[in-house]
Design a binder for this molecule. Sequence first.
Ligand code: NDP
Length: 325
Amino acid sequence: MQVLLLEQDDGKTRAAVTDVDRTALPAGNVTVDVAWSGINYKDALAITGKGKIIRHFPMVPGIDFAGTVHHSEDPRFHAGQSVLLTGWGVGENHWGGLAEQARVNGDWLLPIPEGLDGRKAMIIGTAGLTAMLCVMALEDGGLTPAGGEILVTGASGGVGSTAIALLSALGYHVTAVSGRESTHAYLRQLGARAILPRSAFTGDTRPLEKQRWAGAIDTVGDQVLASVLAQMCYFGVVAACGLAGGITLPTTVMPFILRNVRLQGVDSVVAPAEKRIEAWKRLAKILPPAFYQQASQEVPLSGTIEAAHRLLNNGGTGHTLVKVQ
Ligand code: NDP
């Protein structure tokens, strides 16, 4: 079968699309014929070797996939069933979705929800699931569309694009933060009502600035998140899921203790099954049909290495869908 294989030589990651024997697949009780996968931020770090995502080589990357069950020893799944997988360390420490076949633990799989097929599920992918979990975190914090404006940072990436489409479809007034002027038309198509330059969030910030946002979804971290926190309204809620700008958070306690701001972390990798099922159901229901044309670029397995470099060079918009077979 064809796979994207990562190997390591002298500490350097080498990526190549190659044939491997199916007997090389790792242990697991369900084998899936993979039809679709994607390139997420973490995949790009793994494929290019720019992030320490993978500890054991050789590894097949791909933190998510959708396909058809080939063989199952798990009674919850049967041959021919359409399934999807995101997270659980697949593509990091267990061979992942950038391969014609994957063998995994049945606990990690979900049936594809009504209203989606494998292609749509992977246009959404881990990035879109994370966006939905962020929206749910804002709702848990008490936000409603009448509560005020919502800010989305890293807006033209996979998570940011889906967050804008979801929030806009739910009736929120969304302001996008983007480092690229070239993406403004795209962000407006997705539903952003206003767009602010990233540079407005990367300079020095006072501990408290003018109150502007009822909610925020941050995919960037670092100074951008610190600036967002300083601009939150009283009772504001921030869902933080990403580190595209860095892992630090140079902030103060002031937004929390004087404005009652809530900072909610969001993880999709080991999120419990009930939460994922709810999130996928809502994604299938809320995202408008146009989203699937607007927010994805499709590449074959042979195009994944180039796509990974493009993503890290901030050269694409939305989510990269991989047609595996
Ligand atoms: P993408 O690369 O698709 O998008 C990231 C966006 O961030 C870019 O499009 C760009 O948007 C902006 N950006 C890029 N570089 C920088 C920079 N140096 N400083 C500030 N902004 C930057 O990634 P994803 O959307 O897939 O993922 C976003 C983040 O969320 C990543 O850090 C990823 O690891 C994380 N993530 C976390 C998950 C979780 O479970 N917690 C799951 C999935 C992703 P623009 O050009 O519009 O400014």
